[in-house]
Design a protein around this ligand. Structure first.
Ligand SMILES: [Zn+2]
Length: 327
């Protein structure tokens, strides 16, 4: 990931950093806070590269010199990354870091350390780090990354400049999932699920894959073979989305389909069902925008009824009727 690409995703953060570089007023410690996949670690690495790169252009590191390459590969002697050892970051790890930075004249006086998941520091590790923040040696830059800033010591926060990262876009989240081994067809759907559901179904992707097929089948039937829908509902849908929580996730998948139907009218990217682009376009051509909006509202209404304990089968039967009529 290069500077310009990350800047497009996190413009506020990068404008801040660029301004600090231009005014030569970089903080000694930064806290990068934001959700998973927001690009905190990539940004920390870019910042470290910028500190050492001899061929940088203004604030942008070249990305290919010896320093940039070593930092990217994690083997630059003056850039250290600390990660949780098991469930926590222990005092010994922070002490080890201080010891390594204690050696003088390694390559330069500038040193950068990045602490990933810094909220996982034990109390003694955090206190040890605090001393380090209070008495930085030379040009030391600390970058603490966290998804839960409220778990950090108040004293650590007050000594750092906090930069808040915007949540990642669906595309970015999907790419991250693909890099973790999720199939390309299902990643855009998983990326759109709320975090608690993503965590639950990330372990059981086959369930989402099958749910995805059911949505494709049901929406196709709503358009071309409405008499089939009740059968599919009985035989497949209710057997797959068994309890309320599962049915709610099923309705989410359905919702993504109708959102795609609105999107595909204007653009072809950013779809939750990218592999069904042709089917979506064909369907979008047969429905008016008003009809699709009303279908979208029908699904949202079903989600509300589900929360209000309406019988799932009854709720789904009503919904299917509205979906096929497009009213
Ligand atoms: Zn460079």
């Amino acid at each position: 990931m290069d500077w310009e690409t990350m800047k497009k995703q996190q413009p506020t953060v990068f404008q801040m950093l660029e301004r600090s570089f231009e005014k030569n007023r970089l903080a000694h410690a930064y806290i990068f806070e934001g959700t998973r996949g927001a690009g905190k670690k990539e940004t920390a690495i870019l910042l470290a590269q910028r500190m050492f790169c001899s061929k940088h252009h203004r604030t942008v590191p070249c990305g290919s010199c010896k320093d940039c390459t070593r930092i990217r590969h994690g083997n630059h002697p003056d850039v250290l990354l600390v990660e949780p050892d098991g469930k926590s970051i222990k005092k010994g790890q922070v002490e080890q870091l201080q010891k390594e930075f204690g050696y003088k004249g390694m390559e330069s006086s500038t040193k950068v350390y990045i602490v990933n998941d810094s909220d996982k520091m034990t109390a003694s590790a955090a206190n040890s780090l605090l001393k380090f923040l209070e008495e930085p040696e030379g040009e030391t830059l600390a970058i603490l990354l966290t998804e839960n800033i409220h778990f950090l010591l108040e004293t650590v926060i007050s000594r750092s400049q906090v930069l808040t990262f915007a949540p990642p876009s669906y595309e970015r989240k999907a790419k991250l999932l693909v890099s973790e081994g999720v199939g390309e067809s299902v990643a855009p759907l998983l990326a759109r699920l709320p975090d608690h559901l993503l965590e639950r179904y990330n372990e059981d992707k086959e369930w989402i894959v099958q749910g995805r097929s059911l949505v494709i089948q049901l929406t196709e039937e709503a358009l071309n073979r409405p008499h089939q829908m009740l059968l599919t509902l009985q035989d497949k849908w209710l057997a797959h989305f068994k309890d309320r929580e599962e049915l709610d996730a099923g309705l989410d998948l359905l919702l993504f389909w109708y959102r795609d139907l609105l999107t595909v009218r204007h653009e072809e990217t950013g779809l939750a069902f990218p592999e069904q682009r042709d089917q979506l376009k064909a369907e979008a051509f047969q429905r008016t925008e008003l009809e699709v909006t009303s279908q979208l509202q029908a699904v949202l209404e079903a989600k509300r009824q589900l929360q209000a304990n309406v019988n799932p089968q009854l709720l789904m039967e009503r919904l299917l009727l509205r979906l096929q009529e497009g009213l």
